[in-house]
Design a binder for this molecule. Sequence first.
Ligand code: PSV
Ligand code: MN
Length: 424
Amino acid sequence: MRINKEDILDYNQGLLEPHQEKLAFTKREVTGAEQIIQKLIDFQIAIPSWALGTGGTRFGRFSGGGEPGSLEQKIEDIGLMHALNQSSGAISLHIPWDTTSDAAATMSQAKELGLVFDAVNSNTFQDQSNQEYSYKFGSLQHVDPRVRKQAVNHNIEVIKQGIELGSKSLTVWLSDGSCFPGQLNFKKAFQNTLESLKEIYDALPADWKIFVEYKAFEPNFYSMTVGDWGQSLLFANKLGDKAYTLVDLGHHLPNANIEQIVSLLLMEEKLGGFHFNDSKYGDDDLTAGSVKPYQLFLIFNELVQGMDENKMNHAKDLAWMIDASHNVKDPLEDLMQSVEAIMMAYAQALSVDQEALQHAQDDNDVVTAQNILQNAFRTDVRALVAEARLRAGGSLNPVGLYRKLDVRDKLIRERGAKTIATGL
Ligand code: PSV
Ligand code: MN
């Protein structure tokens, strides 16, 4: 199905008056509101092809109905979302969960919906039915060079598909590691992984980047070969200029100071991309900003500060993606909530008076520094985010309109109640 412009206009009309009142108030509260709105319009967050179905846990999966059964339907879903919020204009493919046999057709479907292809993701954390060697004991780290070669070749194949779709980056997340002390020689695992990554790196086109994503634990529970930002940065530095670290918010040990990690990676010019989600305990894949919105804001504060210092384009120079899907919500509603939370944290960070903050830090005025950040975090910027959507042609209230148009029911009628999307 498609959402047409008239539906959006009609719906917005009914919300316009209270919105404008709120906006006028917010503009008096926030300095530089117009520039913030423009930055919000430009900012796009990629949606991964595996997040359109209900996620599961190892204890079960409860499909919500109307899930996309093909790549075309996944693109259709992202198109629906983008029509509503005008902020999810990119798709991140996970291969081989989602592959295309007709790149031109896939590209033209995406283009029609205003979507582009962001980073492509390889998958050597699962065995595919047609593969020769198993990844049970790792992929790029494997003790057997034939397994490593197979995993390297898969990554090269993913790059090829990405080239056809206009992607410019490859994200490599490895589940490689070990579950028991003694299982693995850490040094050899690192060296094998580095050697394999070098082969993949050499296959990158000149204008491509490779992102090395780290994760503290799961599915391996004793050691992960790319377990933290230090290990990822080591790989990235050894690989070269086209290699960067990718931060996934759910991949740290509890209470890690992610904003500090972000700050230092930007200082080193080695932050490449971001996977958004939220968690209480680990890699919980919860909606961004649903549990720790202040942390999300503090991370954005470092991102804005660091990107501005490096003269980076906020919208284009880092790869932004949501990486979350769980069991209990309609995935599209959940993704729209994530996008809204990310936009709010970004808007609040943009409103921080960085000069005043720096003065407070230089004066060791801890109280003022804290107040500057908390005042920004406690400012209601929802009207700015809504205004950005409105100006871009989206809905003032994406979830509200999604529900009013009964999108999920229509998808269930079109696709059936029992379809299951590929992914985890
Ligand atoms: C692993 O937990 C991860 O964060 C990686 O980015 C994967 O590609 C993705 O989730 C989907 O499994
Ligand atoms: Mn991730």
